[in-house]
Design a protein around this ligand. Sequence first.
Ligand SMILES: [Zn+2]
Length: 277
Amino acid sequence: MRIDIIVVTRDEIMHEYIGLRKAASIPRESRQKNFPSHAIVNVASFFYSNVDKTSEFHAYISRLRHASDFIIMLYEYELQKDLDRYFDCLFTTSYETHSDMNTHNYMSMMLSKTAKSFNIFYRYFSDQKFTKIMLLPLKNFEASELVRLRGLFRARITSATFPKELEDRLAELRRRQTPKKFSTYQTVYLRDDGDRYFSYGNERHSQVESQVPPHSLECGFNSCFRFGMKYDATRHFNVSQAKPRDKIAGQFWNCHGSLQTVPPQSHINMFPNDFIA
Ligand SMILES: [Zn+2]
């Protein structure tokens, strides 16, 4: 397993510090305690010197996408707007540029906190019970609990309350698990507020598409990474109505955020990034 931690900074001192220390930027004890023993942990810095760095940064992350199994991004708070497209696919947290602490102490603290949260999150994500909940299509699965889960990963992974909040959000979403009333099958679904039933299928008969255009750059990232973790891009959800014979149809969000009209069918093949096959 390869874990990549990227520090995105506009500060030359920070860039140099991370570049020199690399994985040793994380205190040894935290590194040993929080990452799997077989994992290769890389820490690197990306120098985001000006606003034109967007495409360069994207190319950088694109290369990582093929090599890495988990990507963590620590970014300067001021870069939030530039980087928000990565918030659903990477494990992200911001840091303050005006800390009173020196670079070494501050980054040791930030990276220790991030490593601790990674450890908690990784254990949940590796558990099949929770994997499918974490992979729910973020645009189409209607549930305020899912909005809150997404919000947790956008702002609070290094907060002291992260473990408890994550546990609570996942427990809330698990309460949406249900079999279908009118079905003899034992399949367990996750039901959303639109009374649509989502089951995470094992079949791999269709493929996600992400060519730009019509897709956006995010579509590709979101098709294989969720909250930092690489997932199986060939599996999708089957989305259907409560009664087995009822067809599903209507308007659904696609992966790049446009509405797509789906004609009546037994079920919809929907990938975790909302791509509809
Ligand atoms: Zn797309």
